[in-house]
Design a protein around this ligand. Sequence first.
Ligand SMILES: N[C@@H](CCC(=O)N[C@@H](CS)C(=O)NCC(=O)O)C(=O)O
Length: 223
Amino acid sequence: MLTVHHLDHSRSSRIIWMLEELHVPYEIVRYQREKTLLAPPALKRIHPLGKAPVLVDDGQVIAESGAILEYLQETYDADDHLRPQAGESRQQCRFWLHYAEGSLMPPLLISLVLSRLGKAPVPWLLRPVGRALGSGVQRGWLNGHLATHTTFINDHLSSHTYFAGDGFSIADIQMSYPIAALLARAKQGDLVHVRGWWRRVQQRPAYQQAVARGGPFDVPGDA
Ligand SMILES: N[C@@H](CCC(=O)N[C@@H](CS)C(=O)NCC(=O)O)C(=O)O
C-alpha cells in the first residue's frame, strides 16, 4: 500500500492529485502545521528532513515532490499518459518539473518570510522595524523578481494548453503549488492565461477527488 504523509495546506496535495490521476490505492497520514507554520516533529520520524510530502511505497521512503512525481510516473503510469516521451514536450516537462521548486518557490518563500517579519518573536518595539525592512526588500527587489516569473509563466500559457504542451502532465501537477501562491498575491484580472490553465486543470476529476480527500490546494500565510 502506498502511504502519503500529508501536511495541511502544503505541497503534499500534489502527490494526492498524482495518485488520483493514476487510480492507485493509497492511504493518507495527516499532519497539522504548528503556529509557526512549520511541520510537527512527528514528520522527522518518517524522513530526517521533516518536510512534506513524503511517500512510502513498500518500505521505500521517498521525499521531494519532483522526485516523488517522477517515481510514481515511472512505476505506476504504465502507458506514460502523464509524461511526454519525446521531443520538445518531454524537454518542457522536465524544465517545469525543476523550475517549480528550483527557481519559482525560493522567491515566493522569501516573500512569505518577509511578510511575517512584523510578527517575529522579538521585543514588540522591534516589530515595526522588521515590518519596514520586509516591505522595503519586497518593493526594492522581490516584487520585480516575481514579476519576471509571472510574465514568463503567463506568456508560456498563452500559447500552450498545459505546461508541457497539448497534454496534461506531471509538470502541471508540480507547478500547481507555486501557481496557487502566485494567484493568492495577484491582482484581480491579472494573469489571464494562468487563470485559464488553473480553471482547466481544476476541472479534472482527479484534482477534485484530491481536494475531497486531502483538502484545498492553497498556501499557508500570504506567500
Ligand atoms: N522542495 C521540497 C520542499 C518541501 C517543503 O518545504 N515542504 C513544506 C510544505 S509545503 C514543509 O514541509 N514545511 C514545513 C516545515 O518546513 O517545517 C518539495 O518539493 O518536496
